[in-house]
Design a protein around this ligand. Structure first.
Ligand SMILES: NC(=O)c1ccc[n+]([C@@H]2O[C@H](COP(=O)([O-])OP(=O)(O)OC[C@H]3O[C@@H](n4cnc5c(N)ncnc54)[C@H](OP(=O)(O)O)[C@@H]3O)[C@@H](O)[C@H]2O)c1
Length: 253
């Protein structure tokens, strides 16, 4: 299906690898002009090179989205490359694991900057122009934890729920201007993040056994859901969370 976003501009953060990379890859394949961001320049340059192999327009901008300054500089540089941003995919690494009793105030503050405030600031930086043009797509990458908190992932559980509430609030504020705001919530997906959280084979095997689909998701499967939310066809879908988890969240709604 043609998602009707050829020629649109997109900014995808956290896109040097994993889910963000797969989303950028899908956007490039649809003919969007894409700016990718992450902190590590070398990995980002290599990602941009791979993404541009088919002739697509891809620009790499190194930035740390956990700071206000980093977001402002990123969006300003992205505009220099592609002009006004039509599609924002707000993504980054997840906050560290830890039971609630083990999380101190400084960790709460860092997680808020990384996960909640990055989404807030990125949206704020692109929204006025989207509204003026009467078209925009904002997609936040969250987690199945918004439906079903994961043990030991206190910061992720809380901050991603906050992003979801923010997106829901923002979606209705801008719904009459052609801008949609949604979230894609991955389940366990085969990326570096999973390697980092479940480093031993036994723990990984137990985790896979607990997933109804009996396997991890692939980044491109999460990307497919995000791409739908970026599409013209999804113009009437806003404020929603699309969970892509192989059946892991067991609730009816
Ligand atoms: N994989 C899963 O099973 C899973 C499940 C549920 C939710 N999620 C969430 O989905 C998101 C993407 O997951 P993933 O597995 O693709 O992660 P990943 O493989 O660790 O990739 C994270 C990406 O974000 C970039 N990044 C990290 N911190 C950043 C920052 N402060 N500013 C800018 N870029 C930053 C990384 O590059 P640099 O390090 O160079 O900056 C990298 O490009 C994460 O938030 C994760 O928690 C993942």
């Amino acid at each position: 299906m043609d998602l009707q976003i050829a020629g649109k501009t997109a900014l995808v953060t956290g896109a040097s690898r994993g889910i963000g990379f797969a989303i950028a890859e899908g956007l490039v394949a649809e003919g969007a002009r894409v700016v990718i961001a992450a902190r590590t320049q070398a990995a980002l340059d290599s990602a941009a090179e791979r993404l541009g192999e088919g002739g697509g327009e891809v620009f790499a901008v190194a930035a740390d989205v956990s700071s206000a300054k980093g977001v402002l500089k990123l969006v300003a540089t992205a505009r220099e490359h592609v002009g006004v941003i039509d599609i924002l995919v707000a993504n980054a690494g997840g906050p560290p694991a830890g039971a609630s009793s083990a999380v101190d105030d400084a960790s709460w503050a860092r997680a808020s900057e990384l996960t909640l405030m990055s989404a807030v600031r990125l949206s704020r930086a692109v929204l006025a122009e989207m509204r003026e043009r009467g078209w925009g797509r904002i997609v936040n990458v969250t987690s199945l934890a918004v439906k079903q908190p994961v043990a030991e992932l206190t910061l992720s559980n809380v901050m991603r729920s906050a992003v979801t509430a923010f997106a829901r609030t923002l979606a209705n504020e801008v719904a009459d201007s052609g801008v949609t705001v949604n979230n894609v919530a991955p389940g366990y997906t085969a990326t570096g993040r999973i390697e980092q959280l479940f480093s031993d084979d036994y723990a990984r095997a137990r985790l896979v056994a607990s997933i109804p689909a009996k396997r991890f998701g692939e980044p491109r499967e999460i990307a497919a859901a995000a791409l739908y939310l970026c599409s013209q066809q999804a113009a009437y879908v806003t404020g929603q969370t699309l969970v892509v988890d192989g059946g892991m969240v067991a609730s009816t709604y």
